[in-house]
Design a protein around this ligand. Structure first.
Ligand code: EPZ
Length: 416
């Protein structure tokens, strides 16, 4: 159990290098189960979740080695055990995305049922429905999904909701299914487009990724490839939010403005200035932001992962803002921690009403998950006294060297 100690800081100033996207690289690693051979991934973030996925592939007989600070070599041998054990799935829900590719490649998969987490119930009904339409059958016993498919056949999959995970599982299964698959109401996140680009490099035929209709022509064979992971838009947004808390000027090397347009627009309304540069983003923030209302939606809407960042920014902004969560019903556990820091934040059903204060007060708090943990560290940048964020291992799951990157631009944070 580690903690991060934060003292009031700012204005922040300098350059931050944005790492590769967690929510892309995990899926690319799962996709390597689709074809035998050696893969090379670049711009891989040094985060705990990548280690979790490496352990999961390792337990299947797939070799994963870090061949450089941000390079991953994946040696997918011939004899793979298509199983994802409970102790590994329990550590990381995203493990569920091995289900589709394992089924497509091996005709069977045994994957532990992922549990719920701090966001409330997280069913996988849409994952299973999509794979069933492609011809898979499922049995559930002793906490495991026993999946079978002698062969998969292309189908029309209409998702009830543009679920990221369900889109990815269907996509990774459909690339080896006979005939044409159309995924309608598909998730449009940039990480989906990165996965499709990776699969197309492997020899797949995927069209329309990034839009709500993805069309896949199944192929008989795929090949190992080399690929560079897209930058992490959530990490980039986190550093823009840090700037929003303290004021100042930052350059985010590697960030892609086109992946986070709605976020940039929203912080623009709050008084920040953000513009793309040749190799990233430049941003400037006043000493105090204006409050706005925010509602989370599937991409290209405001991502639910940005929400704790907005609540933190609004807790020290001028006036009142209302944040509405439309994606995960229970994603509010960090609110009590912010209240502990003197923030005027109230929840009402799936809304959070935030009355801005000029500053917060440092306190011991606990990170319930990755993004909320980061938001609590940011809140500490605008609090008098010391803020101790316990459970910092949550932050390490999704952020590479968070403390080091913040310190490099002038934040007073350290890890204990
Ligand atoms: C991905 O989760 C991300 N995780 C999440 O980021 C992100 O918050 C989320 O997409 C939304 O953008 C990874 O990529 C590893 P969903 P995922 O399926 O795929 C409901 C972070 O901090 N649903 O799009 O699990 C579901 O309950 C993490 O980096 C069903 O009802 O999200 C939720 O309400 C946190 N049935 C909504 O859809 C299903 O079968 C969106 O879930 C599937 C989903």
């Amino acid at each position: 159990m580690t903690k991060i100690t934060v003292r009031r800081s700012g204005p922040l100033n300098g350059t931050v290098s944005i790492s590769g996207a967690k929510n892309s690289v995990l899926k690319l690693m799962a996709a390597t189960t689709l074809a035998q051979g050696r893969y090379l991934l670049h711009n891989v973030p040094d985060i705990i979740d990548v280690d979790c996925m490496s352990d999961l592939l390792g337990s299947m007989g797939i070799g994963v080695t870090r061949s450089g600070p941000h390079d991953l070599e994946i040696d997918r041998t011939s004899d793979v055990v298509p199983e994802a054990p409970y102790e590994l799935v329990e550590r990381m829900r995203a493990s569920i995305v091995v289900l589709g590719p394992l089924l497509a490649r091996f005709g069977r998969a045994r994957v532990a049922m992922p549990g719920g987490d701090d966001f409330g119930p997280r069913p996988i009904d849409m994952h299973l429905k999509g794979l069933e339409l492609l011809g898979a059958t499922f049995e559930f016993s002793h906490g495991y999904i026993e999946a079978r498919a002698d062969s998969l056949t292309g189908a029309h999959i209409l998702l009830e909701y543009p679920s990221v995970g369900a889109t990815e599982n269907a996509l990774m299964a459909a690339v080896l299914a006979k005939g044409t698959t159309v995924i309608d109401n598909a998730a449009r996140e940039p990480e989906i487009a990165d996965l499709a680009a990776f699969l197309n490099r492997m020899g797949a035929q995927v069209l329309g990724a990034g839009s709500s209709t993805i069309r896949i022509e199944g192929v008989d064979e795929l090949f190992p490839v080399e690929h560079t992971v897209v930058p992490d838009r959530i990490e980039a947004a986190t550093f823009l939010a840090a700037l929003g808390m303290t004021g100042g000027e930052l350059t985010l090397h590697g960030a892609r403005a086109e992946h986070m347009e709605m976020f940039i627009e929203k912080v623009g309304e709050m008084g920040m200035r953000v513009s793309p540069t040749s190799d990233g983003l430049w941003a400037m923030a006043p000493s105090r932001l204006q409050s706005v209302d925010v509602a989370t939606l599937p991409y290209p809407g405001i991502a639910t992962d940005y929400k704790p960042l907005f609540v933190a920014m609004l807790s020290v902004a001028e006036s009142v803002g209302i944040v509405t969560e439309n994606v995960f019903s229970g994603r509010f556990r960090y609110v009590d921690e912010l209240v502990r820091m003197g923030a005027d934040v109230r929840t009402d059903a799936h809304h959070v009403i935030v009355r801005g204060r000029s500053q917060l007060s440092g306190a011991p708090v606990r990170a319930p998950d990755i993004r909320a943990g980061a938001a609590l560290v940011l809140a500490g940048l605008r609090a008098d006294g010391e803020t101790e964020v316990h459970g910092a291992e949550h932050i390490d799951r999704g952020y590479e060297d968070f403390v080091g990157k913040l310190t490099a631009v002038g934040a007073d944070v350290h890890r204990d």
